[in-house]
Design a protein around this ligand. Structure first.
Ligand SMILES: *Cc1c(COP(=O)(O)O)cnc(C)c1O
Length: 455
């Protein structure tokens, strides 16, 4: 090592010196130490590559690292993707009155398991069961952590050590490693496959039933669509088969829409909870944060005796909702039961007409230099309406390096997530919350400036 490099390495500040700098005062000690070490190591590497390093730059780098480490990992994101139920972005944003209900029970105590009139223990699920009965006609309902948990609970409580029959066309993977065959085996039941990949009939189920059969399982094929020479067993025919053989019909509805679809003719009948229950399905399972537009939850609704069996199973205790989830779910279900589903954010986004989206796109484009308004196709997300796009208008920003601009938008404050098509960054106003257009315009401006500075 030549003398010059050696003397420059010697000039690198010590951890102690960096920690003592006024810029790092007030930072949590462990965080500051880790940041100082990382900054000094990075400076040493750059120095050995022949760069000049000064002490101020090392301190500034450490200060940036401390600031980043102290920011919450989980933060608000502006969703400009147009994907209404974006699983990576936490699916459904909650309605203001739902947030207020959560706030109310979060900041103090709440009667999670106490009947206030008698002072007796119980009633944990009353806020879910009441509005569910009102909105869907379900005899009873319970809620757990998510729909994966709901299906697992139903199959474990009803099918453990026995057979669960599923169509080969519905042995699906939903993503996030929810695979129907794995859930059945995790619940200790034996999977019996019937039919073929593309065609299965109710008679296939009837023929496969034995004394050991506990459940016929119907699964909504979320996230994909079969077209062509296909046949899915008719729901009413399955109800008949189950009743004739004295077995339970469970349906995993996936998105689970309660009430009318956000837009007429949207083709969501397959996911409607009250239609499945009216057809005679014994138990339905669905998510709280997909088409319902509420918090993460899994809801199981249907025959009272079956719901009671699930509630008494030890697994329910392990999968149950906390008071925040219960408050959010009750408030969301009440909005639906009281005919105010249209005020739920995801509902409003899905129902937004092309004219209003175009007006929002024009308004946003007016705030961003070089922006154009173009036609595009968005998606619902959450597995609803697979294979069918949602026609929309977007703001398109031409950029020589779209991925870099996207990255700078994501790492800005607040973070903005968008997508890229045809060498343009695309911003879909459908999924913006009220008042976010100005933040998007400012965020794009700042991100462009950072890209510019990088050269
Ligand atoms: C989304 C989905 C699930 C998983 O629901 P989570 O609430 O994410 O656990 C299970 N089954 C189907 C059919 C789905 O669409």
């Amino acid at each position: 090592m030549d003398v010059d490099v050696r003397s420059r390495l010697a000039a690198l500040p010590s951890v102690h010196a960096v920690l003592g700098h006024p810029a790092l005062q007030g930072a949590p000690h462990a965080v500051a130490v880790e940041a100082a070490r990382a900054s000094i190591a990075a400076a040493r590497t750059r120095l050995l590559l022949g760069e000049n390093i000064d002490v101020d730059a090392v301190v500034e780098d450490a200060r940036t690292r401390v600031a980043e480490a102290c920011r919450p990992r989980l933060r608000r994101v502006i969703n400009a993707t147009g994907v209404v139920l974006h699983t990576n972005l936490g699916r459904a944003p909650l309605a203001a009155e739902v947030v207020a209900a959560v706030h109310d029970v979060a900041r103090g105590y709440a009667n999670v398991e106490m009947h206030l009139d008698s002072g007796q223990r119980g009633g944990r699920l009353d806020g879910v069961a009441g509005p569910m009965r009102q909105a869907t006609g379900a005899e009873a309902a319970i809620a757990v952590n998510n729909n994966a948990a709901a299906v697992l609970l139903a199959l474990t409580a009803l099918g453990r050590g026995r057979e669960v029959i599923v169509s080969r066309g519905e042995l699906v993977e939903i993503g996030g490693s929810f695979r129907v065959p794995d859930v059945i085996s995790a619940g200790g039941a034996r999977l019996v496959e019937v039919g073929t990949t593309n065609r299965t009939r109710a008679e296939d189920f009837a023929r496969a039933i034995t004394d050991d059969t506990a459940v016929l399982l119907r699964v909504h094929p979320s996230n994909f669509r079969q077209v062509g020479f296909v046949h899915r067993p008719d729901r009413k025919a399955l109800v008949k088969v189950a009743a004739e053989h004295g077995v339970t019909l469970v349906e995993d509805l996936g998105s689970g829409l309660i009430g009318a679809p956000p837009v007429d003719g949207m083709g969501l009948d397959d996911e409607r909870v009250e239609l499945a229950l009216a057809d005679g399905v014994d138990l339905v399972c669905f998510s709280g944060d997909k088409l319902l537009g509420g918090p993460q939850a899994g809801i199981i609704a249907g025959r009272s005796a079956l719901v009671q069996r699930l509630r008494k199973h030890p697994l329910y205790r392990a999968l149950r909702l906390d008071k925040l989830g219960l408050a959010a779910l009750e408030a969301t279900l009440r909005m639906v039961a009281e005919g105010r589903a249209g005020d739920i954010p995801t509902h409003r986004m899905l129902a937004a007409g092309l004219d209003s989206i175009r007006a929002a796109a024009v308004d946003l484009a007016d705030r961003i230099p070089g922006a154009k308004v173009v036609r595009d196709h968005g998606v619902t997300g959450g597995g609803a309406l697979p294979g069918r796009g949602l026609p929309t208008w977007v703001v398109a920003l031409p950029d020589a390096r779209c991925d870099r601009l996207l990255q700078q938008m994501r790492t800005g404050e607040p973070a903005i997530v968008a997508r890229v098509a045809d060498d343009t960054v695309r911003l879909d106003p459908r999924t913006l919350m009220p008042g976010e257009a100005a933040e998007v315009a400012a965020g794009v401006k700042a991100a462009r400036a950072r890209c510019e500075a990088m050269g």
